[in-house]
Design a protein around this ligand. Structure first.
Ligand code: ZN
Length: 308
């Protein structure tokens, strides 16, 4: 207990299709069980030789609008929401096949992926995986964006966003990881964008499939989606969804308290590289390292409410 967790895959293959955010075209996707210690793999079945790409931080080729994995010229983008569903449900071994350069966007959250995995059925495997953490606090930053890591026996993400917009000026949320908590609190939060940015992206050939069906779109006056928001703080919850998906590219479960200010895919990827270079330590003594977390929580009223 504590240092290891049981590996999981899915019971059986499952297929679906959906629109790709950037190409605007229909993408076929299948999830396939893999044996223990395989890890998470993507495969481009539309390309000659159907190349495989491992979900790993060193295979991240681009982080500007989404997280893209690739090697030898073949790639898959927008993997983060699917990776987040794998992280959230504790899937260790799985093969994702797609016939396009991107994962379908569905509603812009991880909900569809969670439902798909649950439909395929979770399968515990006769193998365990180590859970890694570092034994010292550290930070990575990029301009004003910052992530600070505090050693902790659980995975906790305290995220703050701060935009120059009345609707989402500042949102803070602390998520203490659990699989049920992920499904309830995080998996349904949709990606979001400002109308002016969406229009600019379309002009550059991106987000061709972008619509109110797969993102929360905001203009100066508010949310354009007729159905409104799924949570009052859906934006910051989505950032946690992205963060968990990017963090899972570490290759195994990571424990610790991440205090994140305005991070995106680029800084998330730098964090993973820093984690890889850091000193790993199994959890055997946690009493001394709980204090920074306690201090953090007691200094932030909003965090206190959500972490109670
Ligand atoms: Zn996202």
């Amino acid at each position: 207990m504590g240092m290891r967790s049981v590996q999981k895959t899915i019971e059986s293959r499952i297929e679906c299709s959906g629109i790709g955010l950037h190409t605007g075209k229909e993408v076929f996707l299948s999830l396939n069980p893999l044996p223990p210690d395989s890890g998470i793999w993507f495969r481009r079945v539309d390309l000659p030789h159907k190349p495989y790409i491992k979900a790993a931080a060193e295979n991240v080729t681009q982080t500007s609008l989404c997280t893209t994995l690739g090697n030898n010229g073949s790639g898959v983008s927008t993997v983060e929401h699917l990776m987040s569903a794998f992280a959230g449900l504790g899937i260790h071994n799985i093969l994702v096949e797609v016939d396009a350069p991107e994962i379908p966007i569905f509603d812009g959250s991880a909900q569809h992926f969670v439902e798909l995995i649950e439909k395929a059925g979770l399968k515990k495997q006769r193998a365990s995986t180590e859970v890694f953490s570092l034994d010292e606090r550290f930070s990575v930053s990029q301009e004003e964006k910052k992530i600070t890591y505090y050693p902790n026996k659980e995975l906790i993400v305290s995220f703050t966003i701060d935009f120059d917009h009345p609707l989402l000026r500042k949102q803070e949320y602390t998520f203490r990881f659990s699989e049920d908590g992920f499904v309830e609190e995080i998996s349904r939060a949709r990606t979001f964008g400002f109308l002016k940015d969406v229009e600019a992206m379309k002009k550059c050939g991106y987000a061709r499939g972008g619509s109110l069906e797969n993102a929360v779109v905001i203009d100066e006056d508010g949310v354009l989606n007729p159905e409104g928001l799924r949570y009052p703080n859906e934006f910051v919850r989505h950032k946690i969804l992205d963060f968990l998906g990017d963090l899972y590219l570490y290759g195994m479960p990571v424990r610790g308290h991440f205090v994140v200010y305005k991070s995106g895919h680029t800084l998330n990827n730098q964090l993973i590289k820093a984690l890889k270079n850091g000193k790993r330590k199994k959890h055997d003594s946690i009493s001394a390292i709980q204090k920074p977390v306690q201090d953090f929580l007691s200094n932030s009223p909003e965090f206190k409410i959500f972490s109670a």
